[in-house]
Design a protein around this ligand. Structure first.
Ligand code: AMP
Length: 212
């Protein structure tokens, strides 16, 4: 059986990281997250500037940098779930020239809920595990349940930056939804529910095979 090649779309805070991890584990495919790759390379000097300088303003990192990361990562594996890419129409068009996508899943969550999720989010400074001060607190205050390291707030989860990221989503990533809307394998998932229920919906759809 061919391994799935999945695009996971959604605004910041929709749960792409959590669901992307679950999908990857369940189907034995690679979880490719452009946000994660860019955070690791935040100080990388490029002609357009460092990735970190864009991330901290809540802006998109230039396509040339992101496309290169995705092409290299996709080239290494058979199946994957792409989390956080494509983020604009140009990236979607580029993606179509390097691979064929089997499923496009849009995790839909209302803006009000996203602000609550993002402003309370904390992440482990070492392993990247996600928490929320109210909805999913760690067992010990400020400490990761998995590895015991310190929890931090992502620099782009601060109030002003959150609003800019949501604006960037509306302006640049919504057109990607339109781009994929009528394609076979496109499906909208209600992302407001708790993560276990969202995962069940996603798994059911993917197990049906054709994204319908
Ligand atoms: P995320 O972890 O997916 O929320 O991404 C964090 C930040 O990384 C975004 O706000 C952007 O600055 C940058 N980023 C992630 N993916 C992309 C992408 N596909 N294109 C451009 N910038 C991206």
């Amino acid at each position: 059986m061919e391994l799935p090649k999945i695009v996971l779309l959604g605004p910041p805070g929709a749960g792409k990281g959590t669901q992307g991890g679950l999908i990857a584990e369940y189907f034995g495919i690679e979880h490719i997250t452009t946000g994660g790759a860019l955070r690791i390379n935040r100080e990388l000097e490029t002609e357009q500037g460092t990735p970190g300088s864009f991330i901290d303003r809540g802006e998109l990192v230039p396509d040339a940098i992101v496309n290169e990361i995705v092409e290299v990562e996709i080239g290494k594996v058979e199946g994957f779930v792409l989390d956080g890419y494509p983020r604009n129409k140009e990236q979607a068009e580029y993606l179509s020239t390097i691979t064929e996508i089997s499923n496009i899943m849009y995790l839909d969550v209302a803006e009000e809920e996203l602000i609550k999720r993002l402003s309370g989010r904390r992440v482990c400074s070492e392993c990247g595990e996600n928490y929320h001060i109210e909805f999913h607190p760690p067992r010990l205050d400020g400490e990761c349940d998995l590895c015991g390291n310190k929890l931090i707030q992502r620099s782009d989860d601060e109030a002003g930056t959150i609003l800019n990221r949501l604006k960037v989503f509306s302006e640049h990533t919504k057109p990607v939804l339109e781009y994929y809307n009528n394609r076979e394998g496109f499906v909208r998932i209600e992302g407001r529910n708790n993560p276990d229920d969202v995962w069940e919906d996603i798994r059911n759809i993917l197990e049906m095979g054709d994204g319908k």
